[in-house]
Design a protein around this ligand. Sequence first.
Ligand code: CAA
Length: 427
Amino acid sequence: MLDGKTKIGIDRIGVYVPDRALPLTDLAAARAVPAEKLLHGLGVHHMAVAPVYEDSVTLAANAAVRALAMAGDCGRTDPGEIGLLIVATESAVDHAKPVSIFVHELLGLAASCRAYEIKHACYGGTAALMTATEWIASGVARGRKALVVASDIAKYPPHSAGEPTQGAGAVAMVVAESPGLLALDVGASGVHAANVYDFWRPLDRSQALVDGKYSLDCYLAALAGAFAEYRRRALAELVALGDGELLTDHLAAILYHTPFPRMAWKAHRALVEDDWRTRADRAARFAAEGEAIARRSYAEKVEPSLWAAQAVGNTYTASLYLCLAALLERGADRLVGRRLGMFSYGSGSCAEFYSGVVAPGAQHLAREIGLAAMLERRRNVTVAEYERHHATASLRAEPAPERPPRDFAGPFFYRGTDDDRRAYAHV
Ligand code: CAA
């Protein structure tokens, strides 16, 4: 075991989203729903569309090269330092062969690096991050680092209520001792697991099934359970509340799994109410002014992390970490030394509320994330093009799909399937 004082957490972060996007005003017109419902009711204005030459492997590898290339003052991460690779996804490309082993090859990781894929709906990224952190805390990593990648293509049937909440993207995180970005409060987290059928994808289907309204209730119930457990641990191990203080006063920002940005508002509204009701002197005031109190708190603590999710849509396992990258890219300067709350929800369900402190110098590294620039260079697709990608991008794409365009930033792309074997290449 490492001594309790060694900090462990997210050292580097790399984000990748496909270079195609569908404006949701166009989708609204095509489906004859008011644009306001998608733009304000769900809170999303574009959704990323994965072209046929991208899948969960290329998204993951393209995010990972960016994480390894992040240099800061200490230089890039040497692939030889990575002793553990975990890819979290619910968009697997094979029932047996994991996404991780393709990524392992594309990145040139060492043969001695353990590699595997992990699944628990959108919670998989957090399960991987916790496993990697605890692997380092246990001491068996012996100075090596872990690479955790969350990669997904969110797909619902066309014309379904879930259709405007699709998206695609990946976030890769190097997890290490003395992390450059976020030191996790190891062990001080709250977990809530319960077997529910809110969102699932049977083995023979490429698109998710969802009980939409029920899934919102399951998410909020899991948030309440996980936050209650986090509160117990945080107050015992991390935070001493001053006179009249609340636990959320000690969290400079709170990030949520964001299937659509309006969900983050619903979650934060519930969490703030929970927190205020823990104090008799505050509960009465919340009853009178709760909406305004929650809105102010949301504007300060949540909204700054949502600009990328509004432009990308749901990225399932990567969603919470897309919010983290977005927050750090634009706000790391003011957050150094401050604690962030993080809520991860995976349907089915398992959820976790945890926290971490933004590392000194994180503002220099965060400038390299390049998420805004990546979103700016995207090309809009028409509804017809989106529908073609949606129908073509299947698990068995034979013959080989089209090649990426000349300006493809990738660099990795899917070449097609031959004799039931998938092939990938570097542009
Ligand atoms: N102008 C402005 N707002 C409007 C509007 C208009 N003209 N018309 C409707 N709205 C608002 C509604 O009031 C509603 O907002 P509130 O919930 O704040 O009241 C919002 O737009 C959505 O409207 P509906 O509830 O009528 O929408 P819907 O029934 O068509 O579908 C949904 C919404 C259930 C979320 C659906 O998109 C869905 O099934 N999505 C996939 C499931 C999902 O994302 N669940 C989230 C929790 S589970 C999870 O987090 C895991 C995961 O990643 C999947």
